[in-house]
Each structure stands twice: as C-alpha cells, then as structure tokens.
Write a protein that binds this ligand. Structure first.
Ligand SMILES: O=c1nc[nH]c2c1ncn2[C@H]1C[C@H](O)[C@@H](COP(=O)(O)OP(=O)(O)OP(=O)(O)O)O1
Ligand SMILES: [Mg+2]
Length: 214
C-alpha cells in the first residue's frame, strides 16, 4: 500500500457538509487540505455504477488537475426494502428540475417507496450508509477504503444538525438520528462504537490504520 509522502492534499468534493466532516477527520492528522470546490475545479460526471468507481473518478480528476494527492468520498444510503436503492444514486434522488438539490423531497421519495412496500416496522426499514474514500495520486495510483453504518429509517425527519439524509437515519444502538447529533458525536458515536460511528468516520479509520496517513 502506497504511503502519503505529502501533507498537502486536495479534498475532491463539492459537498459542503461532507467537506466539513472530512476537515474535522483529517485535522488531527496534520494535513493541510483544500477542497475541489474552493479550487473551483469542475464537478466531474459520476458515470460509475459503484461507489468505488465514482470515488476513483472524482479523486483522479482532482489529482490530475492539482498535481497533488486527492481524496474523494463517494457515499450514499442503501435501503434493504428497496433492494439497495437509492445507493450510488442517492444524490440523484435529490436533484430538482433546475439542477439544485432538495433533500426533503428526496427523503419523501424514499418514504413513499417504503410506504408502497408496506414497510412500517423498524425491522422492515433497515438501511445502511456507505462511504468509499479514494485517495488518488497524479500518476494514477489509487487506494480505497470502505466504511458502513447500519441503522433504520425514521419518519418524520428529526434534527437540524446534519446534512443530506441525516434527519431520517437512526444508527443501530442509538435513539437519535444523525440529524440530532453534533458532528463530533456522528463521527465518534458512543462507547459501543469503537471511536467511529458514521460511515465516513469508519472509512477514515481504515485510512489512518493502514499507516497511509502517518
Ligand atoms: O453523512 C451523510 N449524511 C447525510 N447524507 C449523506 C451522507 N453521506 C452521503 N450522503 C448523501 C448526500 C448525497 O446526496 C449522497 C452522496 O452523493 P455523492 O456523489 O457521494 O456526494 P455529493 O455529490 O454530494 O458531493 P461530491 O460528489 O462532490 O463529493 O449521499
Ligand atoms: Mg457527487
């Protein structure tokens, strides 16, 4: 596994909520990071059919453009009763006609699909958040790390603290949604979570444990 030889990287994302979480996770590692959004890089087209493919597309685009190692995060929510949807298309479900994003609308779509399946009990409403991190170098080398967190979907949405689908996701073993948790709690969880709760924090744990970031 290739190690990072520089302490300056690009965070290959245009999502402010994610960028803030990634900044908190890499802060203690002593990296200086600029996001693709700050650098005004184009939003690459996510043409892959897996989180891994899309993470690589985004990381490679930023690495090639900047000449620096770049870290992308491709993530989404997979609902069991919907055969894993919206999955890699999680952001697409939030897209409005004018090209902006409306997560209330997206959460309503998921809820409608669950209602059509008659999924009313917590056991029928299980889902997981998935995060695949891809670190890419300008020469095309990539390393990937996957994190997942199990939980179930609640309705109505609860909490204003998160972003995206956080208000409807209640992680297993917790009685609050991600939307009701402070960012540090979403990242670290409680005593039973081993220091990493969210899909993003779990993928980051692998990233640091492999020694890549040392
Ligand atoms: O912790 C999370 N809490 C709530 N929602 C989340 C989370 N993590 C991912 N999500 C949702 C938001 C987005 O609709 C989709 C990811 O789509 P994805 O393409 O990976 O990200 P994005 O387009 O928002 O930003 P970018 O590609 O520039 O990194 O999953
Ligand atoms: Mg995206």
């Amino acid at each position: 596994m290739r190690k990072l030889e520089t302490k300056t990287i690009v965070v290959a994302s245009h999502n402010a909520g994610k960028i803030a979480e990634i900044a908190e996770l890499i802060g203690p590692l002593g990296f200086s990071a600029k996001s693709a959004a700050e650098l005004s890089f184009d939003v690459p087209e996510e043409t892959g059919t897996t989180f891994e493919e899309n993470a690589a597309i985004k990381a490679l685009a930023s690495a090639q453009k900047s000449g620096l190692p770049a870290l992308a995060d491709d993530s989404g929510i997979a609902v069991d009763a919907l055969d894993g949807a919206p999955g890699v298309y999680t952001a697409d479900w939030a897209e409005t006609e004018d090209g902006s994003r409306d997560f209330m609308m997206a959460m309503e779509k998921v809820e409608k699909a669950l209602a059509e399946k008659g999924a009313t009990t917590p056991e029928a409403r299980t889902a997981r958040f998935v995060c695949v991190l891809c670190l890419a170098w300008p020469d095309g080398h990539t390393e990937t790390f996957r994190g997942e967190v199990e939980g179930n979907l609640v309705w109505p949405p609860r909490g204003e603290k998160g972003h995206g689908y956080d208000p409807v996701f209640q992680p297993k073993g917790h009685d609050r949604t991600f939307g009701e948790m402070d960012p540090s709690e979403k990242a670290e969880g409680g005593p039973a979570d081993g220091g990493a709760l969210s899909h993003r924090a779990r993928a980051f744990k692998l990233f640091t444990e492999t020694g890549l970031a040392l």
